[in-house]
Design a protein around this ligand. Structure first.
Ligand code: AKG
Length: 221
């Protein structure tokens, strides 16, 4: 029998149009290399050295200290296996796992990182920060396909290297990346419609990691 997370999810209609600048549609203002075009649908840009090591290290230490990290409840009342926090344009609200998280502004360091990524040609108004205290922390299989969320998601890694996987809904093909500190993985196009992703938990001794996922959420009307 298949484990519960490998059930075929219902097909959802693609939503849009999006207020955010679309990476795929703005080639002339885009400073990104050619994406990996997944034949099953979706785009991935992987920039392993987006931040120089010294900057990634300083950013990691700063965010460990300055962010108000909290452990949020997950599905079925169990605490999420990680700590988290949110930043963003005031009032922008992201809802996942049946809970809503309202942004109250940007930490200067996070706004600076957002500006660096936006220089590549994409706009964000929200950031979900995750802190993985050890290999036992992670994120289970899911897709970031909530209503009002633009397809482009920029995922910046700081701290320890961890394995990130994509799995196609239908073919079950799995792709893996080792997300080292300072790396930027951008997901776009129809990726969230066709694929789910996970940050793999491990029994290996690994240090702490912080991940920032920059998003564009439709602002409140
Ligand atoms: O930590 C990561 O690299 C993945 C985070 C993630 O999947 C998410 O925030 O949706």
């Amino acid at each position: 029998m298949n484990p519960p997370h490998s059930r075929q999810p219902p097909r959802r209609a693609l939503r849009g149009p999006w207020p955010a600048v679309s990476l795929a549609a703005s080639a002339e203002s885009c400073h990104l290399p050619a994406p990996l075009r997944l034949e099953e649908g979706g785009l991935v840009w992987f920039l392993p050295n987006f931040l120089p090591p010294a900057e990634a290290e300083a950013g990691f230490e700063h965010l460990l200290r300055e962010v108000d990290w909290r452990q949020q409840p997950g599905l079925f009342g169990r605490p999420q296996p990680r700590l988290s926090a949110v930043c963003g344009d005031p009032g922008v609200t992201y809802t996942y796992s049946r809970r809503s998280y309202v942004a109250a502004g940007w930490l200067p360091q996070v706004a600076e990182l957002k500006d660096r990524i936006e220089a590549l040609g994409v706009r964000f108004n929200y950031c979900l920060l995750n802190r993985y205290r050890s290999g036992r922390d992670g994120v289970g299989w899911h897709a970031d396909d909530e209503p009002g969320l633009a397809p482009e998601i920029g995922s910046l890694s700081l701290g320890a290297t961890r394995t990130f996987r994509l799995r196609h809904h239908r073919s079950r093909r799995v792709l893996s990346w080792e997300l080292e500190r300072g790396s930027l993985l951008l997901m776009g196009g129809t990726l969230q419609h066709h694929w789910e992703h996970t940050l793999v938990r491990t029994d290996r001794p690994v240090g702490e990691r912080i991940n920032l996922t920059f998003r564009h959420v439709e602002p409140p009307r």
